[in-house]
Design a protein around this ligand. Structure first.
Ligand code: DHK
Length: 147
């Protein structure tokens, strides 16, 4: 399987580090990307790292991953709880899918307890802060095997 991984981030994550830092922490998305790229280099993974507030862009990136990537690591943010369209796109992708939430969504409002994406995900990480992205990348590397 290709060692290319799409790391996709949904709405409002562009404000990471500034919005509700008590819940999401003080690291920015640029910090997360930097940490992911440093780790990916040690794991022999190539990354495409994206964020959008628009559902269709996330769907288009998942479609692009179909042809090229071995895994998608996705924090769909609020689309987690609403988007059948992102679930359908992920169902059209044959590689590994890991769902990441920075916060522990199960400890929060009830509307955050349901995820459409979990029906497709090979694993779900919630409540590990931004470290969750790195845990997901480590799992991808484990499952893809040595370079
Ligand atoms: C991020 C969001 O923006 C919320 O809409 C989700 C998720 C939780 C997170 O914890 O990363 O409910």
């Amino acid at each position: 399987m290709p060692r290319l991984v799409y790391v996709l981030n949904g709405p409002n994550l562009n404000l990471l580090g500034k919005r509700q830092p008590d819940i999401y922490g003080r690291e920015t998305l640029a910090d997360v990307e930097q940490d992911c790229r440093a780790l990916a280099a040690t794991l022999g993974l190539e990354l495409r790292f994206h964020q959008s507030n628009r559902e269709y862009e996330i769907i288009d990136w998942i479609h692009a991953a179909r042809e090229a990537a071995g895994a998608v690591v996705i924090n769909p943010a609020a689309f987690t709880h609403t988007s059948v369209a992102i679930l359908d796109a992920l169902n059209a992708f044959d590689g590994l899918v890991f769902e990441v939430h920075i916060s522990n969504v199960h400890k929060r409002e009830e509307f955050r307890h349901h995820s459409f994406v979990s029906a497709r995900a090979d694993g779900v990480i919630a409540g590990f802060g931004t470290e969750g992205y790195q845990l997901a990348l480590r799992r991808v590397a484990t499952l893809l095997g040595p370079q």
